[in-house]
Design a protein. Structure first.
Length: 362
């Protein structure tokens, strides 16, 4: 199939491109600046087009340039930016209209679980994820497959990295009452498996919850598994009446993840994020060995070696070279920063030396 991936520079998108190529598909990727795609190891194996989803005409032109597309992955989101919720809906609608004009048959969207409450009670992040799904599903447009997930486990995943840094940096960890809310995490390995599989036309359009095999998980248990994996106990104190908004502001100043992104994500934790159905498991068989247990995914993420090119990861839970510089924990982050500085310095020195040789021999 010929598949179009938006958000290909992100954590899920960059790995999805590898998965689609490995499955034998032709892949088109988009970016506001196609030059930014050159850092990815899959660059020479894809077709790159320029697209700004915030601009209706840019989205239209990109889909026209891309040629016939069987399915489009919508992985764009602006969380962490000002007024991201309204912008997300507009961008989703722009892409949906462009896909309809280009006769794209299917849009595949990765969003979050939507708790069974009035949308006005949801955090801006959760509400915008649901509203974006509505904006993608337009009359006469492509059919929509909406995969809904909670925390994605793997080194480089923003949610996982926030948990990592909170656990690593705090000797005493406060636990508000909402950390006992149900939450069904899922391994990045299983997310990519489902995303790749639902491009097939025999998978019916619709909304599907995707989750790992662990049942009855609560937010606090992800932290417990992380602490078990690193072998570093922490004192954990209950704080039953602390709001997610306050915790988000505090966490935003503790972790190196961008502050506004941390605040927006943590503010969403006051609602249960558990799967309400498992229909997808009847349609898409799990990979050999079954779905990845939370303990196994977290242990693999913690044991991540030095980052490698994204399509050359020995384990999908490991860190890639193209993941954000703040990802990987404090020790890994310092090593990456030093490595990046040394590389830049050597490159600059090499250019200066080359210029001097040219002057002397010119």
């Amino acid at each position: 199939m010929r598949l179009f991936v938006t958000g290909a520079t992100g954590y899920v998108g960059s790995r999805l491109v590898c998965s689609l190529l490995a499955a034998g598909h032709e892949v088109v990727v988009s970016s506001r600046r196609t030059a930014s795609l050159r850092q990815f190891s899959w660059y020479d194996d894809v077709t790159a087009v320029e697209m700004n989803a915030d601009d209706q005409w840019s989205a239209h032109d990109a889909l026209q340039v891309a040629g016939q597309i069987d399915a489009l992955y919508y992985l764009v989101h602006g969380i962490g930016q000002d007024d991201f919720d309204d912008a997300d809906v507009r961008a989703a609608n722009n892409v949906a209209l462009a896909a309809r004009d280009a006769s794209v048959r299917r849009i595949i969207y990765l969003g979050g679980f939507v708790p069974d409450v009035d949308r006005n009670r949801l955090s801006p992040h959760l509400r915008s994820r649901a509203d974006a799904a509505d904006a993608l599903n337009i009359p006469g447009g492509a059919d929509l497959v909406w995969l809904r997930a909670a925390v994605i486990l793997g080194a480089g995943s923003t949610s996982f990295e926030i948990i990592r840094y909170v656990a690593d940096r705090l000797a005493v960890i406060p636990e508000p009452g909402w950390t006992r809310n149900p939450m069904d995490p899922i391994s990045i390995r299983d997310v990519l498996h489902y995303l790749t599989a639902v491009a097939r036309p025999e998978v019916p359009a619709g909304a599907y919850d995707i989750a790992g095999p662990d049942e009855g998980v609560r937010y606090g248990e992800v932290l417990t598994e992380y602490l078990r994996a690193i072998g570093q106990p922490r004192l954990r104190l209950p704080f039953p009446d602390v709001s997610t908004r306050l915790v988000g502001k505090v966490a935003g100043r503790i972790v190196p993840v961008p502050t506004s992104l941390t605040e927006d994500l943590v503010t969403s934790l006051d609602q249960p994020m558990a799967a309400s159905e498992h229909t997808i498991r009847e349609i898409v068989p799990a990979l050999p060995g079954g779905l990845t247990p939370m303990r196994k995914a977290i242990a693999a993420a913690v044991r991540s070696p030095a980052p490698r090119p994204v399509c050359e990861l020995s384990n999908l839970h490991h860190l890639a070279e193209t993941d954000p510089m703040w990802a990987g924990g404090d020790v890994m982050r310092v090593r990456r920063m030093i490595g990046s500085t040394v590389s830049t310095t050597m490159s600059s020195t090499g250019r200066v030396a080359q210029s001097m040789v040219s002057l002397l021999t010119g």
